[in-house]
Design a protein around this ligand. Structure first.
Ligand code: ADP
Ligand code: ASP
Ligand code: MG
Length: 440
């Protein structure tokens, strides 16, 4: 039995927490490979090491020195090493890292050092060899994970090492430069190691007791989801449930490795099991979970007989392609079509240019833009089995006095997505949660 365990930022925040992590690993001999994040927040208002490092990178770029931010990084690590009473030369490691940060002058390299340093410390604490992700996790020329190379190199590196600590969040690009995943990417690193190690289970240790049915920062004490399918996970995490990075299932999916979310601070609690869709058993629940994100823009296009006009969609999509814009959803009717786009992508006049180009390309009767839209995804395999789910959903939102701006029901019948004004985001989540989870 092999378990690969990934520990997130809060689990690694200070020496005391790292000791907990060590205890968890030692309590089960199957926990052989460990992937760690950079130390996160120790208390509300604290700053994550990764955020300090992004500030450090900015300082280096603008002033040529690492500045106050990196002083704080060094102090955090000095504190951790002192608290753990480790007998190793942290000072040389920290000063060496600082010199490299100055020499590389690269944002990704600098940001990756949180994981590098925390993995070095964890390896020391556990008495396990350290594997630098740079030497095993490889990206291709397009910046995507080069799975074949990565799994091969990692398998080779793990051979003969019954235990090891691997740094999360980064790898190396085709030019030999360090490159990071997007934020929260240590979850992907954990999945990569699980796949290469041929793990029976990928344990993802965080600061909540599993995947919850709704964001706990918005709905108080949401119920825990006991089991979730890969597909449901993908929908929920992509739509904002950031307890697990939305790309973490890809490395484990092909090998059918289940993921278990566990709480470092309450290891005795049951967590959430994320299972291959084939092994997932229907729980009887209509909705498995709810997630959402703010700040989208909807471009609404109307034209009579749009459906009869050959190449209409193609022409509109060509405009988006020309501006290198990706869209999240494309709900459509007979004479209408909408594009839901992350507002970040449409800044600095891009939106106006796109609208003008669409007018030129297809001469719509009507072209409207709604911005400040929040999307809420209601996800569950049970939705297709239970008649009337959407009626319940829309009634619940209407009872809360909220106007629905957009609806998109995935063809998989696994999700329904509704768009509301940003200001109604929290209340919509609460109303939908009440409807499906506080059933009497
Ligand atoms: P880590 O640092 O361990 O990777 P993250 O901060 O990335 O942890 O993810 C855990 C956090 O995700 C929780 O503390 C919680 O606030 C937030 N979160 C958002 N949505 C959910 C959800 N549906 N279930 C559980 N946690 C959620
Ligand atoms: N430390 C990185 C971040 O804060 C990666 C991670 O924790 O997964 O985003
Ligand atoms: Mg995370």
């Amino acid at each position: 039995m092999i378990k690969v365990c990934k520990f997130g930022g809060t689990s690694m925040a200070d020496g005391t927490n790292m000791r907990r992590v060590a205890e968890i690993i030692r309590s089960d001999p199957a926990r052989r490979y460990v992937v760690v994040s950079a130390p996160g927040k120790r208390y509300g208002g604290d700053v994550k090491i990764t955020d300090l490092l992004y500030e450090t990178a900015k300082n280096v770029r603008e002033t040529g020195s690492t500045g106050e931010a990196f002083e704080k990084v060094k102090d955090r690590f000095r504190g951790i090493v002192a608290e753990l009473a480790l007998d190793f030369d942290a000072e040389t490691m920290l000063l060496g890292t600082e010199a490299e940060i100055l020499r590389e002058n690269s944002e990704d390299f600098t940001a990756s050092r949180g994981e590098y340093l925390s993995a070095r410390v964890m390896a020391e604490l556990l008495g396990m060899p350290f594997i630098d992700a740079r030497s095993v996790v490889k990206f291709d020329a397009e910046g995507k994970l080069d799975g074949e190379r990565t799994f091969g190199l990692l398998r080779e590196a793990l051979k003969g090492k019954p235990r090891a600590v691997v740094s999360g969040f980064y790898g190396e690009d085709v030019n030999g430069k360090v490159k990071t995943f997007s934020r929260g990417g240590s979850d992907i690193s954990g999945a990569i190691v699980a796949r290469a190690a041929g793990a029976d289970l990928y344990e993802n240790w965080t600061d909540v007791s599993g995947f919850l049915a709704c964001d706990p920062r918005i709905v108080k004490n949401p119920s825990r989801i006991g089991e979730l399918s890969y597909k449901e996970l993908r929908e929920l995490s992509y739509m904002g449930a950031n307890v697990l990075h939305s790309e973490s299932i890809f490395p484990v999916r092909e090998a059918d490795i289940p993921i278990r979310i566990k709480n470092t601070f309450r290891p005795e609690d049951d967590g959430t099991d994320i299972l291959p869709t084939s092994k997932y058993r229907f729980t009887g629940k209509t909705v498995t979970g709810i997630a959402g994100k703010k700040n989208f823009t909807v471009i609404f296009i109307e034209k009579s007989l749009m459906n009869a006009e050959i190449g209409f969609t193609h022409k509109v999509l060509s405009v988006l392609l020309k501006h290198h814009i990706s869209f999240e959803h494309m709900p459509s009717g007979i004479d209408t079509m909408s594009f839901v786009i992350d507002s970040e992508e449409l800044k600095n006049g891009v939106l106006e240019e796109i609208c003008e180009d669409i007018r030129q390309a297809v001469s719509p009767n009507n072209l409207r833009v709604h911005d400040d839209i929040a999307l809420i995804a209601v996800v569950g395999h049970g939705m297709s089995r239970n008649v009337g789910t959407s009626a319940r959903l829309f009634n619940a939102i209407a009872r809360a006095g909220i106007n629905v701006r957009m609806i998109d029901q995935g063809s998989s019948e696994l999700n329904i997505i509704v768009g509301v004004d940003n200001e109604n985001y929290e209340n919509t989540l609460k109303a939908v949660y009440e409807e499906f989870f506080n059933e009497t």
